[in-house]
Design a binder for this molecule. Structure first.
Ligand code: PMP
Length: 436
């Protein structure tokens, strides 16, 4: 985002001259705009990333909450610590140990979902014009937060093993030679949203080394790590580089997003800043939610619950990959995620996912166009498909409907001899074992 962008606000808005500079580059999230149509029952939505929480033991959670209010209600409904309750910070350290992290509860700040952790980290580090390095493509919600603090996002290309180390190093060096301040690298090493890419262990070490040597902080965003569907989780970057990583976690995907509880584990000095930022944003993260999650973690077999979730998501992931195999036209490629919620599709040359969306919705299937996941307008040949929410049958049907839309479009293209050049930044440029 450039700081010199012209105003795009409408003249009908009386406050147009009053808005802060930082609001000028803000866009309505492509995902939000889609929800109104995609939520119609006749549409198979492969768009939103809502976790499927219908397997949760709602009756048990209900009675646990009733008992919580009866026995500790005055505490649970009171203001709490700006850093988060000590009990849950200890439990968060146990959760993180499943991905190889040794963290101290003192270094954990509880947040309103990991989305708020992203906000606190960005407000703590970013002045207008500072550079944030981010995978290409990257999480739309993070790009929105970065834009709201007037950061300039520079994307680093990925292949099927994650960020390309040479690209990372050369971006840092070239930005510095232009006098830009590179504040941090934002990465989602486990099942990147939107691409599903899993960063290999070797790459994690390389990324950590480059960032450490170059003095660039790593912000490791990991909401999907425990939803590894085919193998044990790979150790987090934070597990071998405690001093240079701010690690973000969340209960949204392993329990339920409605409680809005996430966290940041940060080097001590950074943690102090995050708590001050948290206090000025919310006074304290939601105490009631923390009590509920803490009670859930101490009374329920939450690890087995994650296994139940994984079995359910695996069946959906497999249905999506089968559906794509059966219905995508020639020239279409897609990632084969080993976990998380998303598949990243690259369309045949000449197709534009944004332009196709109205036709797809008319054919009762929705997705998120790839441009939502780039700060620089790229991604027009890509789309993100989510397999987390619809049933396997609906996913299969959704891919069939999508195939129809693409076939029809390709037919028009061949009829009129339409051709266009592929974008130089297209993700599937470097095929590896996970890119079909
Ligand atoms: N990071 C990533 C990569 C995500 O996909 C999401 C949710 N879609 C979040 C952060 C925010 O999640 P929450 O605030 O629910 O923890």
């Amino acid at each position: 985002m450039s700081l010199e962008q012209p105003r795009r606000d409408t003249r009908l808005d009386h406050y147009v001259e009053a808005y802060a500079e930082r609001t000028h580059g803000l866009k309505v999230s492509a995902v939000r705009a889609l929800f109104s149509v995609a939520n119609r029952p006749e549409v198979v939505s492969l768009a939103g990333g809502m976790p499927n929480i219908s397997d949760l033991p709602l009756d048990i959670i209900g009675s646990t909450i009733g008992e919580l209010i009866a026995t500790r209600g005055t505490q649970a409904m009171q203001y709490g610590s700006g850093q988060g309750e000590e009990m849950i910070r200890e439990q968060i350290c146990e959760v993180m140990s499943l991905e190889g992290i040794t963290g101290h509860p003192d270094d954990v700040t509880v947040t309103t979902g990991s989305q708020q952790a992203l906000d606190l980290v960005t407000r703590t580090f970013i002045d207008p014009g500072d550079v944030i390095l981010a995978e290409a493509p990257s999480y739309v919600g993070a790009l929105g937060t970065f834009a709201s603090y007037q950061a300039r996002v520079v994307h680093i290309s990925m292949d099927s093993d994650g960020i390309q180390p040479e690209a990372l190093l050369s971006a840092i060096r070239s930005l510095r030679s232009q006098g830009r301040r590179v504040k941090f690298l934002y990465t989602i090493p486990n099942f990147n949203n939107p691409s599903g890419v899993l960063t290999s262990l070797e790459r994690r070490h390389e990324i950590a080394r480059i960032c450490r040597e170059e003095g660039v902080l790593v912000v490791e965003d990991n909401p999907y790590g425990l939803l590894s569907l085919d193998a044990d989780p790979i150790p987090a970057i934070r597990s071998f580089d405690a001093d240079n990583v701010v690690y973000l976690g969340s209960f949204s995907k392993t329990f339920a997003p409605g409680f809005r509880v996430g966290w940041a584990l940060a080097p001590h000095a950074v943690r102090e800043k995050l708590v001050i930022a948290q206090e000025s944003a919310t006074l304290c993260p939601p105490v009631f939610s923390q009590f509920v999650i803490s009670t859930y973690l101490s009374t329920w077999d939450w690890k087995s619950q994650i296994t139940v979730f994984k079995d359910m998501y695996r069946a959906r992931r497999d249905a999506m990959l089968d559906g794509l195999e059966a219905h995508m036209p020639e020239g279409t490629t897609w990632t084969r995620p080993k976990g998380g919620f998303f598949v990243w599709v690259t369309l045949p040359e000449g197709l534009d996912s944004q332009a196709l969306l109205p036709r797809a919705v008319t054919n009762r299937v929705a997705y998120v166009p790839g441009t939502a996941f780039y700060a620089d307008g790229l991604g027009s040949r890509n789309m993100r498909l989510s397999y987390c929410f619809p049933t396997p049958e609906r996913i299969l049907e959704g891919t069939r409907r999508l195939g129809e839309v693409l076939d029809a479009e390709l037919e028009i293209h061949s009829m009129f001899g339409i051709d266009s050049t592929p974008h130089p930044h297209d993700f599937a440029a470097g095929p590896g074992p996970d890119v079909s």
